[in-house]
Design a protein around this ligand. Structure first.
Ligand code: BG6
Length: 332
């Protein structure tokens, strides 16, 4: 039940630290899968919607840490990839429900040629029956229309999988700190509630991020579109100047995802580009980031120990809250 919460969405956003903790309990199962896989040359993710954004994060992780060439394909576009699969390509299906028809159709084709792994939240769903390997994300049932806790749980499973495949102890250890980082964000949810009053007027918003923060931007925009019905676009921050920069003006809020790390300075250049066009800037950045604070109208800050590599697990949460509170503001 929703308990004391007015909507499932907020209840499930608040359950995210547990979703991460319980999904980290899948470590031994994931290690067994990694051991059994042996030498995998390529990985291909197939998914829809929010699960597609989790897959994009997976691609960056696997290429960056494990140096495994990775593709990400929308399930509905799968037919143009199917003929290139082989036995050395692991095809990974990400799905909250484990039932999405486009993904199921692709799984039935992929298993003819390739080993398959389904990362799903529903035990006993169709995909768990069809795939060779299964990882269950331990988010518990998700009732809200917008995927929130299942997304963070998918990411947790993908980070564990990539960390174990790459033998990256440091990354794996850092995952155990994520529930705490998310709790810190949730404790400040009233700040997002206040900010939502300053942003709910907008007809169009842009979300910008680079590298690991690019899928965060896509997911932030998708959540806002799905729930508030406000138009939003997620963009790779370096790509904005190659097209829609001309759309930016003093009426357009731009949400900039700015975690500390190697992409920070380049994203800051892009922030300055939209600032020059008088955009209303809300930066999601690290605590103590004076530069972001001085260049943005508003900031929401995250623990400065959250680096860009694990930012998707934490920086997504304020954007879910923003979508939720902006929607409440609009219907009020
Ligand atoms: C869409 C939903 O229909 O399916 C999205 O609107 C969801 O919210 C997508 O992300 C994929 O669903 P699943 O269950 O395969 O992750």
């Amino acid at each position: 039940s929703k308990g004391d919460h007015p909507y499932y969405m907020i209840k499930e956003i608040l359950e995210q630290p547990d979703a991460v903790e319980f999904t980290l309990g899948e470590r031994e199962n994931i290690q067994r899968i990694v051991d059994d896989l042996g030498d995998i040359k390529n990985i291909c993710f197939v998914a829809c919607g929010t699960s597609y954004h989790a897959s994009l994060t997976g691609k960056y992780l696997l290429q960056h840490l494990a140096k495994i060439k990775t593709d990400v394909v929308l399930a509905s576009e799968f037919k143009y990839t199917a003929d290139t699969l082989d036995k050395d390509t692991l095809v990974v299906f990400i799905s909250q429900s484990g039932e999405t028809l486009d993904s199921m159709n692709a799984l039935r084709i992929a298993k003819e040629t390739s080993p398959t792994l389904a990362i799903v939240n529903n035990i006993g769903s169709s995909m768990t029956e069809e795939a060779k390997y299964t990882i269950i994300t331990q988010a518990g049932p998700e009732k809200g229309v917008a995927a929130t806790k299942t997304y963070i749980a998918q990411l947790t499973a993908i980070y564990l999988f990539a960390g174990l495949l790459a033998n990256d102890e440091k990354l794996i250890n850092e995952l155990y700190n994520v529930p705490g980082y998310i709790r810190e964000v949730l404790k400040k949810s009233s700040e997002i509630e206040v900010l939502s009053k300053r942003y709910s007027f907008a007809d169009d918003l842009f979300y910008l991020g680079r590298g690991f923060s690019y899928p965060i931007a896509l997911e932030g925009a998708l959540k806002l579109k799905e729930i508030s019905l406000i138009h939003a676009e997620g963009y790779a921050s370096g790509e904005l100047k190659h097209g829609p920069l001309a759309l930016i003006n003093h009426k357009i809020p731009v949400i900039v995802i700015l975690p500390p790390g190697s992409d920070y300075e380049d994203t800051m250049v892009n922030l300055e580009e939209v600032k020059a066009r008088k955009a209303i800037i809300l930066s999601i950045c690290a605590e103590g980031d004076a530069k972001a604070e001085c260049k943005s109208r508003d900031v929401f800050t995250v623990n400065s120990k959250v680096s860009e590599t694990i930012a998707p697990l934490v920086y997504t949460v304020p954007l879910q809250l923003l979508a939720y509170y902006v929607t409440l503001e609009k219907v009020a």
